[in-house]
Write a protein of this length. Structure first.
Length: 233
């Protein structure tokens, strides 16, 4: 039995269909025209720099887009952010874009219900995380998105099915995303400064954690659930 349910009006169906069509078009354009270049950090830096004073806005828009449509690895963009803007502004722009994208994902599901989640993600993904956010609470959710390698963007959509307010969700997002993004952006800044050993070491640590997170998703979910049960009054 699915833990969430929602009814969908004709207007909601039209809106959801429109979002799906727009997302498909955006994915096509990104994958065929931009994605090959975006996967190269040096090329991405040159491309972002070409926008001049609008470069920060373009970068924030890219970070926002990767949360909603996910064709661009968010950590790669964060690395490029540090490479282009330096550790301080790279972190600010990265977190701003991720926060906006996460908020949009949350509000889309909050406004249009479960069908948004069902259209965006496979059934096995939904089955794995159905009820997870409600079950682990705010602390567990924050801990989950703090770990790299986990499908945190998917959980942002699913979080919209809870009774949380946007403000509560955004606080958790900023706190949870902060550590990994700070390290990634800082690594990008180190690469830009020619300190390749430090930058490479930081990336190596993040890669190891990402691999462990990806391979041990179920164990991590179980661990977070058990911790939440212990600390919840």
């Amino acid at each position: 039995m699915k833990l969430f349910s929602s009814t969908v009006s004709r207007t909601q169906k039209v809106v959801i269909l429109s979002i799906a069509v727009a997302g498909t078009i955006a994915l096509y354009l990104l994958s065929h025209q931009f994605l090959p270049n975006l996967l190269d950090v040096t090329t991405l830096r040159q491309w972002i720099d070409s926008f001049g004073i609008f470069a920060p806005a373009i970068f924030v828009l890219l970070q926002t887009t990767q949360v909603i449509f996910a064709p661009i690895p968010g950590q790669l963009l964060a690395l490029s952010g540090g490479y282009v803007f330096g550790p301080f502004y790279g972190t600010i722009y990265s977190l701003l874009g991720v926060a906006i994208g996460s908020g949009i994902a949350f509000l889309l599901t909050k406004r249009h219900g479960r069908p948004v989640v069902e259209r965006v993600f496979h059934e096995d993904m939904i089955a794995r995380f159905d009820g997870f956010v409600d079950r682990v609470g705010l602390v567990g959710f924050t801990a989950f998105i703090m770990l790299p390698g986990l499908p945190d963007d998917a959980v942002c959509f699913i979080a919209g099915l809870t009774e949380w307010r946007l403000r509560t969700f955004m606080v958790a997002i900023i706190i949870g995303r902060f550590p990994a993004y700070v390290l990634t952006v800082y690594a990008g800044g180190e690469f830009a400064s020619g300190r390749f050993v430090v930058g490479g070491a930081l990336i190596g640590v993040l890669v190891v954690f990402s691999i462990v997170g990806y391979l041990k998703q179920d164990a991590i979910l179980d661990w977070i659930s058990r911790i939440e049960r212990r600390i919840r009054p």
